[in-house]
Design a protein around this ligand. Structure first.
Ligand code: HEC
Ligand code: HEC
Ligand code: HEC
Ligand code: HEC
Length: 336
């Protein structure tokens, strides 16, 4: 009997420890970001924040290239995008791109057999489109990226495939005729291990599925204002919070999620961010599908795409708002 109760006690102790392991140990700090009494606080843990800071150190830039060398197009054979750069600027960018995207593999990740003009490696074809995309972000999406802008490093961080990309999620396999689960109850990481719908990205960050769900009438008027629709929106919002490492109240006053007048300016930046990500996914990333080898595509055959986490990686401003673009004016847009 005693042995049994000891065992029971041991099991309870173990279960208790396991439960607590999911909690963060103090100290926890909070910062007030809205009017008093609105509960608009950001909660931080200085210890984990330190880890995030260390992971977001910005690498040193190579010194700027002299401006007096001949145009790259006069020397090289197959320059289609960087037609405005001179040879020195072009070479500096090639070296930087290598550091940012393929430091281990080197130039060979995009160029094979010493023939730099050939377009035989898929990564080069992809990188050419990436150059156009990066310039497009920095010129046409200033409402989101401001003058801080982005470089290849913002997403790639020293690896060919960014840490956070997504493809369409077919969801877990279920027995035939198991009913329509409405993409719910599958505890996906991207919606914070909740039971919310597991593929918010296809709907909201590629598709233009409407996000507002609050009704303007006392009784529900149509399907847009149903609980089911709200769950979809919440799934997306979990991703927004997770990717930026913030709470809902970084953007909203939680007594009125819909109300822009009670929201923070960051919510507007986020609104543009959603439109920007849709644009990148539809015009740049999805069309690259046929260029990639099969193993890069998702289980349903679509190309890898971006979400908020691709740039932000857990921080409210990527790389804590440090601009690498100022050292890389060639990525801010084509010189005239
Ligand atoms: C991440 C992919 C990538 C890496 C890594 C890379 N390049 Fe390139 N390279 C490109 C792309 C894309 C172009 C074509 C640019 C354009 O069309 O404007 C190019 C073009 C060139 C050209 C012009 C060739 C011609 O005749 O048209 C040279 C030279 C070159 N790269 C050298 C290098 C060197 C040297 C390295 C290593 C230090 C390097 N590249 C690393 C993607 C890459
Ligand atoms: C907004 C984020 C973002 C930026 C900025 C960005 N990329 Fe990418 N890049 C991606 C995504 C997403 C993919 C798809 C990942 C994959 O290939 O699985 C990708 C794929 C690539 C690949 C193919 C890797 C492979 O083997 O599949 C190369 C090469 C590349 N990018 C180079 C660049 C270069 C060079 C720049 C800067 C001029 C750049 N990228 C800027 C998001 C970005
Ligand atoms: C980084 C800013 C940001 C964060 C963090 C954020 N949201 Fe949002 N939220 C938005 C934006 C922007 C919209 C409007 C999107 C649109 O209409 O395109 C929105 C819309 C909503 C809506 C729909 C409002 C309506 O008009 O019906 C709800 C509900 C919502 N958010 C809940 C949440 C919850 C819950 C969280 C935390 C899990 C959260 N949000 C975190 C930016 C944010
Ligand atoms: C292409 C890279 C990129 C992607 C993708 C991206 N952002 Fe950003 N975001 C930035 C940059 C760069 C800044 C910093 C701009 C500045 O310095 O003001 C920023 C700033 C913000 C801010 C302002 C933070 C503050 O404290 O002022 C919010 C909010 C935000 N992003 C939300 C989002 C959301 C939500 C998404 C996904 C829908 C998203 N971002 C996707 C690059 C990106």
């Amino acid at each position: 009997m005693r042995n049994f109760s000891m065992k029971l006690f041991g099991t309870a102790l173990l279960a208790g420890c396991m439960l607590l392991a999911g909690c963060e140990r103090p100290p926890i700090e909070s910062v007030q970001r809205g009017y008093r009494g609105t509960g608009m606080l950001q909660v931080y843990n200085p210890r984990t924040l330190e880890e995030v800071r260390a992971a977001n150190e910005v690498p040193a830039s190579i010194p700027l290239a002299p401006g007096d060398s001949p145009k790259a197009t006069t020397v090289y054979k197959n320059v289609q995008v960087l037609t405005d750069l001179n040879v020195a600027e072009f070479t500096r960018l090639m070296v930087s791109m290598t550091n940012w995207v393929s430091p281990k593999e080197g130039c060979a990740y995009c160029h094979a057999g010493g023939d730099f003009a050939a377009d035989t490696v898929y990564a080069k074809t992809v990188a050419r489109r990436m150059l156009q995309m990066t310039r497009h972000i920095n010129t046409d999406w200033k409402k989101h990226v401001a003058e801080t802008g982005v470089t290849c490093y913002t997403c790639h961080r020293g690896q060919p495939v960014p840490a956070q990309v997504w493809t369409q999620d077919p969801g877990p396999k279920t027995a035939a005729q198991a009913g329509n689960r409405a993409e719910q109850n599958a505890a996906a990481m991207k919606v914070g291990l909740t039971s919310l719908p597991y593929d918010p990205f296809s709907y909201y960050l590629k598709g233009e599925y409407p996000i507002p769900v609050a009704g303007e009438q006392a009784l529900p008027a149509d399907n847009r204002h149903s609980i089911k629709e709200t769950e979809g929106t919440y799934g997306l919002m979990m991703h927004l919070s997770q990717s930026l490492g913030v709470n809902c109240t970084y953007c909203h006053n939680s007594r009125a999620f819909y109300d822009w007048d009670q929201s923070t300016p960051q919510r507007q930046t986020a609104w543009y961010g959603i439109r920007m990500v849709r644009d990148l996914n539809n015009d740049y990333l999805e069309p690259l599908g046929p260029t990639y080898p099969k193993e890069r595509l998702g289980p349903l055959g679509d190309a890898p795409k971006a979400n908020c986490g691709t740039c932000h990686q857990g921080v409210y401003k990527p790389l804590f708002g440090v601009s690498m673009l100022k050292d890389h004016p060639e990525l801010a847009g084509a010189k005239r």
